[in-house]
Design a protein around this ligand. Structure first.
Ligand SMILES: [Zn+2]
Length: 142
């Protein structure tokens, strides 16, 4: 009985698009929205969910495989860009942390004239700082 249903379903799906990465992303998004809707019920959100489900099934049963494939490619390009953004973001955080580690035990001042950053060891009391770039001298407490 179940095998027959499966066979029928396979027969039905022949020549149809099925599920791809974009489809999986859309179904995950739908599940998240349904969960949000449980806690914050909203009619608008409900309609978005309904449309998403319709769109999901439309893509799954679509016979226009070339078009669905192109959609998935667009999704893959876009999602890799988003992933790249988060990777870069994580990278710059690491970079900031490394810099902070490097500047431990130092004060970093900016030259008041040219804006050059100057590293001064901490705990030296009042000192004169000479900018290595423009030669401007200024007084600082380290
Ligand atoms: Zn300077």
């Amino acid at each position: 009985m179940f095998d027959r249903f499966r066979y029928k379903f396979a027969e039905f799906m022949r020549g149809r698009y099925g599920v791809d990465q974009f489809g999986r992303f859309l179904s995950a998004l739908t599940v998240i929205l349904i969960l949000i809707n449980l806690f914050v019920p909203s009619r608008l959100l409900w309609w978005i969910i309904v449309l998403l489900i319709i769109y999901l099934y439309f893509r799954m049963f679509s016979r226009n495989i070339a078009k669905r494939y192109a959609e998935n490619q667009r999704y893959l390009v876009y999602s890799s860009r988003v992933r790249g953004f988060f990777r870069d973001f994580k990278g710059s955080i690491t970079h900031l942390k490394e810099n902070r580690e490097k500047n431990k035990g130092y004060h970093v001042y900016k030259c008041p004239r040219c804006g050059q950053k100057i590293r001064i060891p901490r705990g030296k009391g009042h000192i004169m700082v000479r900018c290595p770039k423009c030669g401007f001298e200024f007084h600082k407490k380290s």
